[in-house]
Design a protein around this ligand. Structure first.
Ligand code: AMP
Ligand code: GLY
Length: 448
């Protein structure tokens, strides 16, 4: 008799009792696209889910290789992604970086494999990040607070010059298209701004700067807000702040991000409710009014000016390194969230999060964001006990070790009762880790 009894694993019983929403309990095969710290953090979070069956990452890195199967394909080659989805019976495709989204990967799979759950917006939705001019025009239409601006191309360059002459600096010049985080110039001097405008329109950032947005400079403090939306409802994820400059005290050139903290002390309930009312809700309803299909993350790059939030930029995906502090604080199950997104039932889920502070400190290659070397052995990760080490620019070496393979190499995240304690733990862990020419900021969170 005992043989024929169906034994229900205890975690299923447990989840049944605690879940707010009636899930299918089908185990999911997940493919994550991307290969940075963000994707390693996603991989760890998804692998922890009791609803995850097999986990794949393309192309991934040495960190994701430890917990998932890596596939070295070009993620902009949608046919290759489709072949992988088919051969590994993928149920959920999570798109990490913006490029495949802006190129229309969601629309591609909607027509090729409609059953596949793709986490990411349609090509039209990704325009919020893919074109700054589009984003500005969208915000103007839906009364979403943002800096005043003019849109300039080579044919109306005189209007750009006039704007610069008639307005006081600093001038914010933004390449319209994707420029790997380098397309924004902030210039104090008027003549220099005019010269830069001309250079940009003449192809400084290739096709991305054929159009340029010149924006009013906003003086305030920045923070990042992330939501997961099913196109109708949204879940608010933990708030974060990133540190983009290479040097301590926020000096020197911009990078992909040198560190991040979550939560952000100055972002109180009042500010969050302003952000919801003036920014998040009008954005989602604006997308609906334009009939734009958006099922994925929206990253609102915000700035607080005199207690009011303004949008600096939209991104159509999670941030990096913000993800390395947002996901560790998120206690909700990501696959449950994705299933609720699929069923347009995000309103049924309440997000639970750790109240502790998380700080991530990014270890970069010497020379980054300029030129740097790759291929240096990384040692000591296994000695870290106080922190989570998310790998970014890493690859397995032939002898089974890990070597550097990019500008941003590792993101070291720790918890603490305050920012200072969490950053100190990350710095302690970083002392255990070594690679030639390692560089990092010791002052993440210094301004909070
Ligand atoms: P973005 O790529 O649009 O996020 O811009 C990069 C960085 O430039 C932002 O994180 C801000 O620090 C700065 N920035 C962009 N737009 C403005 C603005 N209108 N006023 C002040 N700073 C800005
Ligand atoms: N941390 C900023 C970004 O991901 O673009």
């Amino acid at each position: 008799m005992i043989e024929s009894k169906i034994i229900i694993p205890i975690w299923i019983v447990f989840n049944r009792l605690t879940l707010p929403y009636n899930y299918s309990y089908t185990l999911m095969n997940v493919l994550i696209l991307g290969g940075g710290g963000r994707e390693h953090a996603f991989a760890i979070k998804i692998q922890e889910s009791t609803l995850c069956n097999n986990l794949h990452v393309a192309p991934g890195n040495a960190g994701t290789a430890q917990i998932a199967k890596n596939h070295s394909i070009d993620i902009l080659d949608f046919e290759a992604v489709k072949a992988l989805v088919n051969s590994e019976s993928i149920d959920i495709l999570l798109v990490g970086p913006e490029a495949p989204l802006v190129e229309g990967i969601c629309d591609y799979f909607k027509s090729e494999l409609p059953e596949l759950l793709v986490i990411g917006p349609s090509k039209a939705g990704a325009q919020l990040e893919g074109s700054k001019a589009y984003a500005k025009e969208f915000m103007a239409e839906f009364d979403i607070p943002t800096a005043a601006y003019v849109e300039i191309n080579i044919n109306n360059i005189e209007d750009g010059y006039r704007y610069i002459e008639e307005n006081a600096g600093p001038y914010v010049l933004k390449a319209d298209g994707l420029a790997a985080g380098k397309g924004v110039l902030i210039i104090s001097d008027g003549q220099e701004a005019k010269d830069s405008l001309k250079k940009m329109l003449n192809g400084q950032f290739g096709a991305a700067s054929k159009k340029v947005v010149i924006e009013e400079f906003l003086d305030g403090v920045e923070f990042s807000v992330f939501v997961l939306t099913d196109g109708q409802y949204y879940s608010l994820l933990p708030i974060a702040k990133d540190y983009k400059r290479i040097g301590e005290g926020d000096k020197g050139p911009n990078t992909g991000g040198m560190g991040a903290v979550s939560p952000v002390p100055f972002v109180d309930d009042e500010l969050i409710s302003e952000v919801k009312k003036k920014i998040i809700i009008p954005t989602i309803s604006g997308l609906q009014k334009r009939n734009i299909n958006y099922q994925g993350f929206i990253f609102f790059g915000l700035i607080k000016v005199n207690d009011e939030p303004y949008v600096i930029e939209y991104n159509c995906r999670m941030g990096d390194p913000e993800t390395e502090v947002v996901l560790p604080r998120l206690q909700s199950d990501l696959i449950e969230l994705f299933e609720a997104l699929r069923d347009q039932k995000l309103y049924e889920i309440s997000i639970s999060k750790k109240e502790e502070f998380a700080t991530t400190v990014v270890m970069v290659s010497g020379g980054y964001p300029g030129s740097y070397n790759k291929g240096y052995p990384i040692t000591g990760i296994e000695q870290v006990t106080e922190s989570m080490v998310y790998q970014a620019g890493t690859i397995k070496s032939d002898d089974g070790g890990i070597i550097t393979n990019g500008g941003r190499v590792l993101a070291v995240t720790s918890f603490g009762k305050d920012i200072q304690e969490s950053v100190n733990k990350s710095l302690y862990s970083i002392d255990r880790i070594d690679f030639e020419q390692k560089n990092y900021r010791k002052d993440i969170g210094f301004d909070l």
